[in-house]
Design a protein around this ligand. Sequence first.
Ligand SMILES: *[C@@H]1O[C@H](CO)[C@@H](O)[C@H](O)[C@H]1NC(C)=O
Ligand SMILES: *[C@@H]1O[C@H](CO)[C@@H](O)[C@H](O)[C@H]1NC(C)=O
Ligand SMILES: *[C@@H]1O[C@H](CO)[C@@H](O)[C@H](O)[C@H]1NC(C)=O
Ligand SMILES: *[C@@H]1O[C@H](CO)[C@@H](O)[C@H](O)[C@H]1NC(C)=O
Length: 963
Amino acid sequence: MEKATGLPAPVAGQPQSARKSTSRARWEHRRVYRPQLLSVILLTFGVLTYFTTFRHIYDAYYVEKHSRHTIQAATLARCRSLHETPGPPPDFHKRKQSDRFVPGTKPVLLKNAKIWTGVNNGTEVVHGDILLEKGLIKGVGHVSRSILAEYKDDLVTVDVKNAWVTPGIVDLHSHLGDASSPELDGASGDDNSLRGPIQPWLRSLDGLNTHDASYALSIAGGVTTALVLPGSANAIGGQGFTIKLRKTPERSPSSMLLEPPFQINTSFLETSGRPRWRQMKHACGENPSRVYGYTRMDTIWAFREAYDKARQTKEAQDDYCAKALDGKWHALKDAPYPEDLQWESLVDVLRGRVKVQVHCYETVDLDDIVRLTNEFQFPIAAFHHAHEAYLVPEVLKRAYGHPPAVAMFATNARYKRESYRGSEFAPRILAQHGLPVVMKSDHPVLDSRYLLYEAQQAYVYGLPENLAIAAVTSTPAAIMGMDHRVGYVKEGWDADLVVWDSHPLALGATPKQVFIDGIPQLETPHNVRKPSSFQVTPRVPNFDKEAADAVKYEGLPPLEPRNSTRGAVLFTNVKNVFKQTVSGVEEVYAAQDNELGVALAVDGSLRCIGTHGSCVPSAVAEGAEVVDTRGGSIAPGLVTFGSQLGLEEISSEASTRDGYVYDPLLQSVPSIVGGDKAVIHASDGLQYGTRDALLAYRAGVTTAITAPSHRRFYSGLSTSFSTGALHKLAEGAVVQDINALHVSVRHFGAPSISTQIAALRHLLLEPGENAEGNWFKDVGEGKLTLVVDADSADVIATLILLKKEVEEQFGSNVKMTIAGAVEAHILAKELAEADIGVIQVPSRPFPTTWERLRIMPGRPLSEQSSLALLLAHNVTVGIGIEEAWSARNTRFDIGWAAIDAGEDISRAQAIAMGSTNVEKLLGGRVEAEDLRDMVVTSGGDILDFESKVVAVVSSRRKIVDLL
Ligand SMILES: *[C@@H]1O[C@H](CO)[C@@H](O)[C@H](O)[C@H]1NC(C)=O
Ligand SMILES: *[C@@H]1O[C@H](CO)[C@@H](O)[C@H](O)[C@H]1NC(C)=O
Ligand SMILES: *[C@@H]1O[C@H](CO)[C@@H](O)[C@H](O)[C@H]1NC(C)=O
Ligand SMILES: *[C@@H]1O[C@H](CO)[C@@H](O)[C@H](O)[C@H]1NC(C)=O
């Protein structure tokens, strides 16, 4: 390699602009001599010309001397600045006004707040007031009268009445605006370049769509700042940019940037002075491999090759500067300062001036990147996703410079090999190792509106309270290099705050107001009054053993229920019992005063529920084992629907899945299967004992209903199975072989919606005969439930009409359910009249696609949630999930739905939405009450963060599983 010549080796693919700056310098150099010769000739002509020319010569000399001088001075300044570290200027905190202040914004005084400031490692809570002015926090705690007197009538005073206030939520990993929502061909996929694995020159800013529907939604969840990163299709995906989410008067992407690096306006930064932090996305493992047909070996070589180029440029610069700073200009022979627009950002990485954000999951990848950082000597800010980081903390600590932070999902895992060993205990384990923990959204992978929920879950599974709130505020602010202005409620920091309707770690915490740069973002916030128990830190269960097992078993702790008994079990200190009734779910027992109840299970059936006196004698007679529920609860087992749970182990690994059915709308189905009218049974593809199913079981979801995996219109017959069973032939493993018939009517591109409706009409009105049962005829005759997966209100309206058409032909009552249904609230009345039920998937809707645009967003943006509105119209409502990993979170989904609806949804109704209603809507034979699985929780009821599932009482399987 050519080195230390002072000149950079010519680099293949050097861009036009880099060459331009070189040739411009040479051209200026030549220009100096030409007028000199000319002037000698001109001298021989008259005096008038003489004077003019003399002046010209003088100018030329002046220009030469001056330009040499300026070029040298600029070079020296630049060389000196190479060692500047990024960050705010020294006088930053003397600022009186934010650079993002919008003139006309009124000063605000929030009175009587409970303020989580972020100070002292996130342990400081101040009771008092907060003054916001000129886009800044001007006072926290006690704000003196004399200061307030200065504002006179201008000051907007709000008594927040002891509400919790935190800094605005900071998302360290978002694609908001780049992978924008709703997904449209014209503007969604601007986050992944497909032009090669190494793209350090790309900038997420250049794709930032200002019309993404997510801005307002995420703000409504308290998100004020987000680092928008390029996607992970490339090993080096490009530069990320930090934005604030509020609308700006200018309406441009540039005006949304928070303290952008100076490089946005210039090819090469020539100014001296303190640079600002830059951000760079890297990715390793499956994503770049899939896109470019690379192996891991190829990807790491691509990194090394790129960093080697950057290293050469850096060394050339350092060498050049060494000479320049030594005054050895002759040795430089007028050569230009070595630089290259394509590699300049990586050179800055090597200078430690870039926050490198690395998407990396598995041990092998983490280890590769840590070696890379040591080979090329650059620090990295954070590993993102990093589902195995908790297994190898010592590897992370070996990273060059300092250990990186780890930015994670709470429970989103097992969707690919790389995330298979992910654990909900990772945040707490990493924190115990002293590594900074960040929770992130990867929006729109998770809806960043609910980023706080990720922190809440991390807290539930053992991350300390102070670190959990910091994980979405102060810690990401520090990791992106912005903690001098965001992430804290501190005097002099940006006026980005959230006023919450509960303790921020309580399930369903919702903003009452969100301030960005001192500007209130919610016009007419809708909130419910929450009980006082929501205003304090939730108590959470002890998961010490589970966390230790996660590490011991390298992410695959055994999940099968291993403590089953057919004998008697007495559950003591039970606070309440919910049971299935004809109308849904009811609370059938509630402890009176301080006397908690007991329940006795024998042979997997609850025999006795009530007071000590009523049950204990028979328990003693049966020789029962005793389980203290410490104020726990007993409720019907939950039912999950909507994902491929039971048909897959790892969703992106084909060899772990059942696979997709043929779609007769797109291809002809082989006659050996039964031809185009063959109907596939999901039960034939069931896989038992998947980790997602067992985790769901351990979280009280005892039944799953799953339809055949399909890509477009045609699905088949769903089945329901026990999530805790280990194979199909085990007792009670198949709950119901055939549940309902499923199709999807969606914008798939082709064929059209109207073609799909035509197919459905044809199948229903002219069912014909087929080999194994006339399923569509059964639907027409009202014997089998038809489940149509659809979101668009227009499609739903068409389906309501189609149902009438079929009913007229058959003289029947067709049983129809709409699944998906996020726009169903628009037709609540019509659905009720048509006796069509709804399974909303997901329970908290998000406009991923155009046909989901008209969601009812829920509080604080709308007065009601779509779930509450549908229930109010007497539509039977259930909730579902999209991905199998989230089945385990069903209990929090329904708990949240109930909290969000205030008094409008009772806890019993919420349980029904996640159990009996789902079953009913999916053609489940409504089981005799005593055939239902019952779930026993300790420490609280099944809807609470406080509780832990301790047992499943399964009369179907005639056992009690002690978990
Ligand atoms: C911050 O808090 C965590 C958890 O409460 C604790 O383990 C850690 O030692 C604290 N760090 C400092 C610097 O006090
Ligand atoms: C970029 O240029 C614009 C327009 O002149 C200016 O407002 C902005 O402050 C500049 N940004 C940076 C980071 O230099
Ligand atoms: C089974 O559960 C009972 C009751 O909680 C407990 O005492 C026992 O230790 C458990 N046995 C095993 C092997 O976990
Ligand atoms: C829903 O049902 C309840 C009870 O049957 C009834 O009182 C109420 O009027 C119904 N609501 C609507 C909107 O039909």
